[in-house]
Each structure stands twice: as structure tokens, then as C-alpha cells.
Write a protein of this length. Structure first.
Lengths: 429, 174
């Protein structure tokens, strides 16, 4: 069986499952952010007094923090009251957490083999920790809060095998944008994805999270990277429970196996152009593209290695006069670590502004909204029409290195045009 | 549909393309609206502002592949439902949108025509008849039959109940 089949078989109490079969699986962890307010309302409508298991619910405020309006403040307050009334201990309020997809693994809530549902589409990120993790809507989550279980159609699996050596400045973000460009925005609809191969097994946990996170943008239900020693080294100090090595069986049946060579297929940075994530072009094909804003952050690329590579590029330089560089550490922990390492000092000295850990402008609410006619290069995950502000603005998705280089150049730029010496693949977590 | 037959009749209000994402359906800036009825006012507000003011109760939205891709925001399905859409008919749906629609009691029908997507077989203003259980769509205006996938029995049960919450309410009241 594939990883998705194995986890669903166990969670539904069966020996085996096969693609297209419908199973009811127990849920190990149920995550929500501010939309817990929608979930709460639906849950109360059902008429039950208590959630099924408060210890299996995690709530993290990240979309609008601190509250940008009275309306949001009111929903935050309602969720806090519900959390207290239900005895939900795993609640990360403003200043305690950060972006949900970073906060959960960082605090040891996620482990291999679990079934995790979240009221956020990028819940696929947790497949980097060997979890069957997928996004659901608020009403469906109310059902999970009531019953602790959910029906799933067992997905077929695409296996993406990546070999080869990444060139200097090329990262997991370039790899996944390249794959989305090839497969299309619905190329993995309803399917599980397994990323594997020597190039993946050398990646940091943070980089693996980029792949699982963005697999959502080709429609994936879940996306896995390998459960190996690199992952267990990350999890051991964080997770109190016993950790399990899980892997797909040698004879697992895949719908399709897609080979990628990280060296040959990625000669240069990959960019997702407006207004679709699968509209991917190599940087050199785009010509001169001036940018008014550069955003470094999000559940995709707001981790320490992302801030580190950006700090290295902007060190001793200044953000271009026409450009605003907005930096958003993905969590409080990353924020503190980036301060300790001097990354934030370097970025701010270059002219960056640092937002509090959260989703920031990625979802188009606050902290860096675009005016008509403006262009943004962003390390985030969506560039839909009007996503970050005006419907007459444009968002180009790129790696953290390209975002930092573009902020200095004031236009889309290859990092090698700013820093002569190439940065080899990052190996520290 | 009140009789439980799960047959719908209405007019096509808009024919849209592929990959209609959730930001087009319901902009992120309104996500702090958590009263479902209030979401209706922002349906397609930035991408297709002409649709909502012309939408009449029971109208259908027809689209190409991967309708509802992007965010898990349930407001996208809620806005369609509470603005009065009778169903969304598309070549395919992104999975979270599909589940959200069914859970809110909004029929989401996967359909095509022999020539290609359903979008080729309908024009705004056409009158359609949909049988959700049998998986049949007839374009009454053009006297054409579209191929539609019958809804999964679990989805039929939820649509018939008016959505997941009424379904669970009944279950726990019993």
C-alpha cells in the first residue's frame, strides 16, 4: 500500500484499502485558525454540549493578528470564550504561536501516521511529518468536533522521484513550482502525492514542508515526504509520544511515477506568474519586471532558512527605493531565533519592515496590501486575481532568494546578480 | 427539491472558465464574516461583479475544470448558496469546495457534454433540468442532454437533509 492507503487503512480499522473506496477514519488531530468561529457556530447548531475530545483540538490565531478590525476582535473573543468553556488546552493566541502550519510541528503536535484535518487548505504541509493531513471546511470540522471521525475517499497516489543536485540558489520552492507548472492547477486533484528520491532525502525539514505545502496548489488531498532520520531528529525533542517509521510498501501501486532531475530540470529560478500558480516560467523568460513590494514569509517560506538566505543576500545592501520589503517570520520561535542569529537586524538595516508572525498580506487582509498597478514578488503560495489587494495588482511567486534579490534590485532578479558567490543547498535545519 | 426527489429546474446565470478560484468566488478580505447569510453580498465581488445582482433564486452557475480551487474557505460555497444559486455545474471541482458545497446543501454537479466541457453545451439564460440522483442534465432551451456524474449516495443524503448540520442535528436529536 502507499502511505495514504496505509494510514487510512489503520485509521478505519481495516487490513487494506484501495483507491476510490470510501472509509470512515478516526481523526487524531483537528486544527483551526480564526475560522474556528465558523466551526463553533456550526457546532453549537448541532446541539451538542461538548466537543468529542478537547485534547485533540488545536486552535491557532494567524490570519488577522493582532486583530485588524473590531469585527475580527469580536470573533477572536468569541473563540477564546469557547476554548475556555470547552477546556481546549492547545490554544495559541496572539503572541504565543504564529502560523498554524508552523506552530503545530514546532510544538510537537504532529507525528508520522496520524490523521490530521485542518480548516485551512495548506494543511497538506503536515505531510512533511508523515501525517495524512488535509484541509476541510468549517461545517465539516463541526462534524469532526462532534464525532472525531470523517469519511474519506481513498486517493490514488502520484509518486514524484527527485534525483540530482540543486544548483546554487535553487531551492525546494523552485522545484515545486516547476512540478506545478508541469502538472497544472488540477494535476493532483483528489490524489495523494509522495515526494521521494535522493534529492528529497537530503533536504531539511523546512524545505520538505515547502513541497507538501504547495502540493495543495495542484489540488493534492495529501502530500508526503519521507519519514527518515532527518525528520526523526526534528521530531524527537518535540514529540513526547513514541515515533514510528512509516513508509510505503515496496509493491505499492502508483497512478503515475514522475521523475524530476533537480539539476537538469531546474537550471534557473522558477516563477509563478499572475494570476495562477501553474503559470510557471523560468526567471530569464520574464524580462524586466519592476516590483513595488517584496514579501518574505507565509506557511510556505517564512522559516529560519528562508530568512537566513534573504539576510545573506541583503547584508550590507539597501532595499531599492521603489520597493518595500515586508518580512514575516512564520512563528514566534522563528522570530526569536532569527533575532538571535542577527537575520532580522540585517534585514531591517537594509530597509525591510518586519510584520508579526502570521499570514500577513498573503490572504489580502492587512499588513501589505497592493494598490492598482502595483507588482509584488512574494515567497507565499497564491497569486490569484486580487489575492493581495487590488484586482489590478500582480503577484509573482518565487523563492526567498529571488524575493530578497528582487527587493535589492527593485525588479525581478536572480540572486547571482546581487551576490556573486552562489549559496549551496542549505543543510542545517 | 422540497419533495425529496432531488430534481432541479432553473436558468444558467453565468458560464465561466477553468480554475475559478476561491478568491474569485469570495475575496479573502471578507473572511471575518462568519454569518453565512451575510457572505452572499460579496459573491464574485472582485472577479465577476455583474453576476450577483443578476442572480435569481435557483439559477445555475456553469464552469469548466477545477471549480473552487484554492482556499478551504467555506464562505465561497456559502455565498453561492445564500445568494440563491440552485447548483454549480462544472467539469470538475477542487475537493474542499466540493465537500463544502455538499455539506452546506448546495448541489455541485460534475458534468460534461460529448464535445467537451459542459460550458460548450450551455449559454447564459438557458433553462436546465437536473436530476441529481440519476446524474442527468437536460438543456431544455437547446433540447440537449449533458452527461453528468450521479452524486455519491452519501452526498445525496446530505443534500436531501439540507446539509451536514441539519443531518447531524437530526441524528443527535433522535
Amino acid at each position: 500500500m502507499t502511505l495514504a492507503e496505509k494510514i487510512l487503512a489503520r485509521a478505519s480499522g481495516r487490513e487494506r484499502v484501495a483507491p476510490d473506496q470510501i472509509v470512515v477514519a478516526r481523526v487524531d488531530l483537528a486544527m483551526s485558525h480564526e475560522n474556528a468561529d465558523l466551526v463553533r457556530k456550526s457546532f453549537l447548531e448541532i446541539g451538542l454540549a461538548r466537543v468529542w475530545d478537547p485534547s485533540r483540538i488545536v486552535i491557532v490565531f494567524d490570519h488577522r493578528i493582532p486583530a485588524e478590525s473590531e469585527k475580527t476582535a469580536t470573533t477572536h473573543k468569541a473563540v477564546r470564550e469557547f476554548v475556555a468553556a470547552q477546556g481546549i488546552e492547545h490554544f495559541y493566541d496572539v503572541g504565543r504561536g504564529g502560523i498554524c502550519h508552523q506552530v503545530l510541528p514546532e510544538n510537537g503536535h504532529v507525528r508520522p501516521g496520524m490523521v490530521l484535518v485542518g480548516t485551512d487548505s495548506h494543511t497538506t504541509t503536515h505531510g512533511a511529518f508523515g501525517a495524512f493531513a488535509t484541509g476541510i471546511g468549517a461545517t465539516e470540522m463541526a462534524g469532526v468536533w462532534a464525532e472525531g471521525a470523517l469519511w474519506f475517499k481513498v486517493p490514488s497516489t502520484l509518486r514524484i522521484e527527485v534525483k540530482g543536485e540543486f544548483r546554487p540558489w535553487i531551492s525546494a520552492k523552485d522545484l515545486i513550482l516547476h512540478i506545478i507548472g508541469k502538472l497544472g492547477a488540477d494535476g493532483a486533484d483528489y490524489r495523494a502525492v509522495e515526494f521521494d528520491g535522493p534529492a528529497i532525502r537530503r533536504m531539511t525539514v523546512a524545505s520538505r514542508m515547502v513541497l507538501a505545502n504547495l502540493a495543495m496548489e495542484m489540488g493534492a488531498k495529501v502530500a508526503f515526504t519521507p519519514v527518515d532520520e532527518i525528520l526523526l531528529d526534528y521530531l524527537r525533542p518535540r514529540v513526547p509520544e513514541k515515533l514510528e517509521m512509516i513508509a510505503a510498501d515496496a509493491g505499492a501501486r502508483y497512478e503515475r511515477v514522475i521523475p524530476v532531475d533537480a539539476g537538469e530540470d531546474l537550471p534557473e529560478p522558477q516563477i509563478a506568474c499572475p494570476h495562477a500558480v501553474d503559470h510557471v516560467q523560468p526567471l530569464s523568460a520574464l524580462g524586466e519586471v519592476p516590483v513595488e513590494q517584496a514579501v518574505l514569509g507565509s506557511c510556505t517560506n517564512g522559516r529560519l532558512e528562508d530568512l537566513g538566505v534573504a539576510a545573506r543576500i541583503v547584508a550590507g545592501r539597501a532595499v531599492h527605493p521603489r520597493t518595500r520589503l515586508v518580512v514575516i517570520p512564520a512563528s514566534q520561535q522563528i522570530y526569536r531565533e532569527a533575532m538571535r542569529l542577527g537575520y532580522l537586524e540585517t534585514l531591517v538595516a537594509a530597509g525591510a519592515i518586519v510584520n508579526p508572525p502570521g499570514c500577513g498580506p498573503c490572504v489580502g487582509v492587512h499588513q501589505g496590501i497592493l494598490a492598482a498597478g502595483e507588482t509584488c514578488v512574494s515567497s507565499t503560495n497564491r497569486n490569484f486575481l486580487g489575492r493581495m489587494g487590488s484586482t489590478d495588482s500582480r503577484v509573482y511567486l518565487a523563492s526567498p532568494a529571488v524575493v530578497a534579490a528582487s527587493a535589492i534590485a527593485g525588479k525581478l532578479a536572480h540572486p547571482e546578480s546581487i551576490v556573486r558567490e552562489g549559496l549551496p543547498w542549505l543543510t542545517e535545519v | 427539491m422540497a419533495d425529496g426527489s432531488l430534481k432541479l429546474r432553473g436558468r444558467v446565470r453565468a458560464v465561466l472558465g477553468d480554475n475559478i478560484d476561491t478568491d474569485m468566488i469570495y475575496p479573502g478580505r471578507y473572511l471575518n464574516i462568519t454569518d453565512r447569510e451575510q457572505t452572499a453580498g460579496h459573491l464574485f465581488e472582485l472577479a465577476y461583479p455583474e453576476i450577483r445582482p443578476n442572480l435569481e433564486a435557483g439559477d445555475f452557475i456553469v464552469a469548466g475544470r477545477n471549480f473552487g480551487c484554492g482556499s478551504s474557505r467555506e464562505q465561497a460555497a456559502a455565498a453561492l448558496k445564500f445568494a440563491g444559486a440552485g447548483a454549480v455545474i462544472a467539469g470538475s471541482f477542487a475537493r474542499i469546495f466540493f465537500r463544502n458545497a455538499i455539506n452546506l446543501g448546495l448541489p455541485a454537479v460534475v458534468a460534461g457534454c460529448p464535445l467537451g466541457p459542459a460550458t460548450l453545451a450551455c449559454t447564459a439564460g438557458d433553462e436546465l433540468e437536473i436530476d441529481l440522483v440519476a446524474g442527468q442534465i437536460r438543456n431544455v432551451t437547446r433540447n440537449r442532454v449533458l452527461e453528468a456524474a450521479p452524486l455519491d449516495p452519501r452526498a445525496v443524503e446530505l443534500i436531501a437533509a439540507g446539509g451536514l448540520i441539519p443531518y447531524l442535528k437530526r441524528k443527535y436529536a433522535a
